[in-house]
Write a protein that binds this ligand. Structure first.
Ligand code: CP
Length: 334
């Protein structure tokens, strides 16, 4: 019989702000210290993932359920792996094939999952706010795995973790996010996280793909979007000048109603991250993308696979970040 490895999670929790939150719904509710706590706990999880047997019994006996009403590869698979690496029981439920198809409501579905033992519910839903509604009805912890075009906190955390691993202190670093800003939950969560860490965020895209209320040349978007300060730029060459990080976003066609761009080809001509455009950023600037990528549209294949690209590293870090989140939320549950 193989011996289970000892639980050695070198968490900074005891030395820093104690973790008291029950849910992770977005980064707007987290302080800089709480974000640091997650990132430092992620360091400990990375160490576990590097072991020959990447498994600890930290959450043995805990039950985690993933409930996805929208497609996912990275988020769902990495939460499953994260839960299993911590010794939890993980159950995956997709709306398709579940009793949702028989008309069961969201609240009845999550109550059913709690009744069978879910202590942490990781959910993705096309409606903004769905995880907030669920959190009000359950004793279980709720993790937002993406709600409509509102928020995707664990994506932003893994993005921050990856930036911090390469750049260190993010204060005053220029992070340029290019693409379909209007429909991106990733950009909103990143704006909150990056603002908390002191970075300068620039969002860039055609005017039709900027949220209502964001206008070219604005330095501040507190009203009516209630977001922290960002610089808004429609000219990609200007936006990329001096960037420390360049993040490309895909066109979220599933959330577009009506023709917001003349054609994919024209969009690619004007906004694709190409080697020539990337040359305007700082030497060695990080290239990032939350995925899934449409190569040849928002990013050229050369840039996506260049030495500056940390896109695969983002995906790998996603497991450790989600281990940290699950551990912090679930370890205290009896
Ligand atoms: N970035 C992201 O959320 O990817 P998935 O849709 O594959 O989970």
């Amino acid at each position: 019989m193989t011996q289970e490895p000892a639980l050695q999670i070198a968490t900074p929790l005891d030395a820093r702000t104690p973790w008291t939150r029950r849910h992770l719904l977005d980064l707007d509710e987290l302080s800089r210290d709480e974000i640091e706590t997650i990132l430092e706990t992620t360091d400990a999880m990375k160490e576990i993932m590097g072991r020959e047997v990447p498994r600890v019994p930290a959450l043995r006996g805990r039950t985690i359920v993933t409930l996805f009403y929208e497609a996912s590869t990275r988020t769902r698979a990495s939460f499953e792996l994260a839960g299993k690496a911590l010794g939890a029981d993980v159950i995956n439920v997709a709306a398709g094939g579940s009793s949702v198809e028989k008309g069961e409501s969201l609240i009845d579905t999550v109550r059913t999952l709690e009744a069978i033992g879910a202590e942490v519910l990781v959910m993705r839903h096309p409606a903004a706010g769905a995880p907030y509604l669920v959190a009000r009805h359950l004793s279980a912890s709720v993790v937002n795995g993406g709600d409509g075009q509102h928020a995707h906190p664990t994506q932003a955390l893994l993005d921050l973790y990856t930036m911090r691993a390469h750049i260190g202190d993010m204060r005053d670093k220029r992070v340029v996010i290019v693409g379909d800003i209007a429909h991106s939950r990733v950009v909103r969560s990143n704006i909150w996280g990056l603002a908390a860490m002191g970075a300068k965020v620039v969002v860039c895209g055609p005017p039709t793909l900027l949220p209502a209320g964001m206008r070219h040349g604005q330095q501040q978007t507190e009203e009516p979007l209630a977001l922290p300060h960002v610089e808004v730029e429609t000219n990609i060459d200007t936006a990329l000048e001096g960037a420390d990080v360049v993040m490309a976003l895909r066109l979220q066609k599933e959330r577009m109603h009506g023709g917001l761009i003349p054609s994919i080809r024209e969009y690619a001509t004007l906004y694709q991250i190409t080697p020539e455009r990337l040359a305007r950023a700082k030497t060695g600037a990080l290239v990032m993308h939350p995925g899934p990528i449409n190569e040849g549209v928002e990013i050229s294949p050369e840039v996506a696979t260049s030495l500056q690209s940390v896109i695969e590293e983002q995906v790998t870090n996603g497991v450790a970040v989600r281990m940290a989140v699950l551990y912090l939320l679930a370890r205290g549950k009896a």
